[in-house]
Design a protein around this ligand. Structure first.
Ligand code: PGA
Length: 258
């Protein structure tokens, strides 16, 4: 069984002090949970402070973006080496907010993934359809296009996919567990057909995940975890999501021991 993976995406929230405060109270809340992989992706400015505190824990540190060149005259951009030296092991690429506000195309996403992987960073690749696309029954077509473009000439090692329907992000409108599983199933089938090692890759759901809906979403066979925005900003709510995600493993273990 794939280990559940819960990632916090803080977006443009939290100063250095707020980051330290969050992490210091979060660590004791999840210290006994070993069956869930946890990642926090704060803003760039908080990475180093977060890394210092997280060093002695199993909690991973990620960034929310990266540039596809490795160094040079690219004012305002951040390279893989910078992320690694700040303590990151992972980077979120292709989030719908970056596609929408910063004009990131699948081609740019593809270049970013290549540079990240070349430098040993793990990647969470975000894909998902808009409300209009869903209403026009184009969900699978959109996912196919994003997967084809973003993963061109890329092997699946070190990659996690986050299915984030744009209409569910920050809206309080979560996809039903059936809708999530259906999209995840499509993604899994696409990967099995087009790439090696698709069975090991984890597919996270993202979009208005809360402590209250985590267990139901995670009860679906193809939902391996969550990418959490709003509900990851408070230590107790994020810790509860992590705990609830672990229930998937506990239920499975109980089933196996019967
Ligand atoms: P949300 O954001 O949980 O606030 O909907 C999820 C995301 O954008 O990754």
């Amino acid at each position: 069984m794939r280990k559940p993976f819960i990632s916090a995406n803080w977006k443009m929230n939290k100063t250095v002090d707020e980051t330290e405060e969050f992490i210091n109270s979060f660590i004791p809340m999840v210290k006994d949970i070993t069956d869930v992989e946890v990642l926090i992706a704060p803003p760039f400015t908080s990475l180093q402070a977060a890394s210092r505190i997280l060093k002695t824990t199993n909690i991973k540190l990620g960034a929310q973006n990266i540039f596809y060149e490795e160094k040079g005259a690219f004012t305002g951009e951040i390279s893989p080496a910078m992320l690694l030296s700040a303590g990151c092991s992972c980077v979120i690429i292709g989030h719908s907010e970056r596609r929408q506000y910063f004009m990131e195309t699948d081609e740019i996403v593809n270049k970013k993934i290549k540079t990240a992987r070349k430098n040993g960073l793990e990647v969470i690749l975000c894909i998902g359809e808009s409300l209009k696309e869903r209403e026009e029954n184009k969900t699978f077509e959109v996912l196919n296009g994003q997967l084809t473009g973003s993963l061109k000439d890329i092997s699946l090692e070190g990659i996690t996919i986050a299915y984030e329907p744009v209409w569910a992000i920050g809206t309080g409108k979560t996809a039903t567990k059936e809708q999530a599983n259906e999209a995840h199933e499509y993604i899994r089938k696409w990967l099995v057909k087009n790439k090696e090692g698709a069975d090991k890759l984890r597919i996270l759901y993202g979009g208005s995940v809360t402590p209250d809906n985590t267990e139901a979403l995670m009860s679906e066979p193809e939902v391996d975890g969550a990418l959490v925005g709003g509900a990851s900003l408070k230590p107790d709510s994020f810790a509860q999501i992590v705990k609830n995600a672990g229930e998937k493993i506990r239920v499975n273990n109980r089933r196996m021991s019967v």
